[in-house]
Write a protein that binds this ligand. Sequence first.
Ligand code: AMP
Length: 459
Amino acid sequence: MTRFTDLGLSQPVLQALDMKGYDTPTPIQAQAIPPVLEGRDLMGIAQTGTGKTAAFMLPSIDNLREADNQTPFKSCRMLVLAPTRELAGQIAQSAKDYGAMAGLKVQSIVGGTSVNKDRNKLHRGTDILVATPGRLLDLIDQKAFTLDKVEILVLDEADQMLDLGFIHALRRISQLVPEDRQTLFFSATMPKQIQELVGKYCRNPVKVSVTPESTTAERIDQYLFMVQQDEKQTLLEMILKERHEVPGKFERVLIFARTKHGCDRIVKKLGQAGVPANAIHGNKSQPQRERALDEFKRAKTPILVATDVAARGIDIPGVSHVLNYELPNVPEQYVHRIGRTARAGRDGVAIAFCAEDERDYLKDIRKKTDAEFERLPLPDNFRAVVEGVGPTKREQKPRLAKPKVRPAGGAAKKPKPKQKHTARKGKPEGADQGRPQGAKPGGNRSRSRNRNRSHAARG
Ligand code: AMP
């Protein structure tokens, strides 16, 4: 088995890994570290949870050490672009952890915080900068920062950046970084638009892939309720309070909804039903998101309702159940969502609520991901509760701490058909993200670089 010591990393980086207690590289780390150390460009297909941050950060720290350039004034030597504040924060923390012994300065800048503070903190420059694209361009436009000295450029979760409308920002940034640089490009999916971006950004990249696209993890048991859109909230409350029909012990339940407004509505109604939950989405302030995540991690409020955009890229350990309150219209998104559970060798449960008008999404998910769903029956008293003749919500007590594990299986009852049409409302989060102005299409690439640095020669 490959160990970190076999990969050619320097002592300070190995020491930092030792302090974190990591000795065995994950597959993406084993594949990516050697070529990145050699200065090659890289295209990695990998999701959060695979260890991709260390895959690009560890060899880059060594490359920065080896090049030994000065920390540039109002610029940086390594630029990591990430789609969300949470991901940027996590990457910056990893850079600090992994670079603890390397003496490199790490900063991060994200939207939703004071621009003035960012300007001040970047005035003296930094070795590693982790940024969201919009805030970075703000500072560049204010002449507070330049990208002239970038030696290594990392694009993390590139597909998510495109989903968020950052394409123009990325094109602009690509024109501001030096031609002679190393580019490390990561994306969970590789649609055509991303492949084009890779072609623009990278030069003869080494390709590494750790999760076959569109395959759902084997350790995740997937269940399905067929339920009308306007009855989903009732079903959700019955599941969370009565543990109806749902296998597995509830530790932390991550619920996905399509819109920010939808998340808020679910949380509000859960609260009214006596089930505390938090929401994270793009309209929440940074402190609100941090608090929600912290309470979720500590299992103080173990129910979190999120949009795809907010949840993407966040490493949350111990998610026992992922609940798709609404099905995503892109099958890959389903894979991302349920991949939030069954981390670190544990099993996980994914539950999908599918309404009549989501059947096509379900068909697509089944076809493209080979997902196998076990259909679960609605609770016996479901109709009575929906029609208001069942036990009142006050009579049902939340039982989050006492799971009733029910083995999978049993014949599924069909839900009673209801004719009412339930159209989906609201824009998915990310659909309305502003695009930075003044974008120009990407320019020619005629870089000349000498990339055959031998890492073995490092001291
Ligand atoms: P990432 O995919 O980069 O977000 O990493 C997912 C999680 O795995 C993070 O909590 C990392 O700290 C952790 N991790 C990364 N590499 C390793 C490793 N080689 N051994 C154990 N844990 C790791």
